[in-house]
Design a protein around this ligand. Structure first.
Ligand code: HEC
Ligand code: HEC
Ligand code: HEC
Length: 201
């Protein structure tokens, strides 16, 4: 029985055996998988995001370059993907699919001028804020955490507010908006944001 299966396994067609098909298929799969993941990593690089389109190069990058997340005394940089793309594989793929959809905005030129961009900025920012509220500012917490904070090294306001925030279960983005970009007009760092806001935009 097993012998018969084995014989069939190695020669199901007159030309190629299953063994050969599996091996070739397996190699093709590995190459595809590697390529897919490499493409996903490549598209996470600062160079890729910063040059993806003139909207990024002209409107987003100059503001980001003024921020503490671009240069600081410690020399630790947060790039676009650190804040905008999840680290885990599944959510990362979902984010990439959404990004592909966003290309539609690029094609239709929905933010291709400074005026259009500023007009859309609030809606874009609110979307990011809601996502970050939803996941408890996971991307921020990949680098920062309350546990790792040396309260004594912080200003009095910082330690008082954040120890309170920790007790009340508030998340980073509740209080720290506009840490890499200018805030949309009419917003403060700690403006509350609600789901309904997005519907009205
Ligand atoms: C890749 C790591 C990384 C990520 C991700 C990150 N940060 Fe930072 N953050 C830093 C570093 C490094 C500094 C600079 C520390 C310093 O020089 O004091 C910093 C500084 C800050 C500061 C101090 C600002 C100031 O003016 O002193 C705040 C507030 C902050 N981050 C909030 C956030 C929030 C909110 C997020 C998520 C949206 C976030 N960070 C994501 C690494 C990161
Ligand atoms: C209830 C509001 C609130 C929440 C929630 C909050 N912070 Fe803060 N944070 C502050 C205030 C106020 C300061 C002091 C003023 C400032 O630097 O913006 C501060 C300061 C900081 C600083 C600079 C500290 C220093 O003295 O150099 C960092 C970094 C920071 N916060 C990161 C975070 C991160 C990361 C989270 C989420 C884990 C978080 N904060 C959650 C209110 C908050
Ligand atoms: C330290 C975290 C952080 C980094 C680094 C970062 N962003 Fe953001 N980004 C945010 C947050 C938070 C928002 C929501 C609006 C706000 O608070 O400024 C946002 C909003 C945006 C928006 C919506 C428009 C707006 O101004 O609000 C775009 C587009 C964007 N980011 C692209 C980028 C690109 C491209 C890079 C890299 C050049 C980048 N971001 C780097 C955290 C970050």
């Amino acid at each position: 029985m097993l012998g018969k299966f084995w014989k069939w396994f190695w020669s199901p067609t007159s030309k190629y055996s299953w063994g050969a098909i599996f091996i070739v298929g397996g190699i093709a799969g590995i190459i595809f998988w590697g390529g897919f993941n490499t493409a996903m990593e490549e598209s996470n690089s600062l160079y890729f995001c910063a040059n993806a389109c003139h909207e990024m190069t002209d409107f987003i990058v100059p503001e980001y370059q003024q921020s503490i997340h671009f240069t600081n005394a410690q020399g630790v940089r947060a790039i676009c993907a650190d804040c905008h793309v999840p680290k885990e594989w599944g959510p990362k793929v979902i984010r990439k699919i959404k990004a592909t959809w966003e290309l539609w905005g690029k094609i239709t030129g929905s933010i291709n001028t400074r005026e259009k961009f500023e007009a859309k900025r609030e809606a874009l920012a609110v979307k990011v804020w809601l996502e970050m509220k939803e996941n408890n500012s996971q991307e921020c917490r990949n680098c920062h955490s309350y546990e790792a904070m040396d309260w004594h090294a912080q200003s009095l306001v910082a330690q008082r507010e954040m120890q309170k925030a920790m007790r009340e279960g508030k998340t980073c983005i509740d209080c720290h908006k506009g840490i890499a970009h200018k805030l949309p007009e009419g917003y403060e760092e700690d403006s509350p944001v609600y789901e309904e806001d997005l519907k009205n935009l």
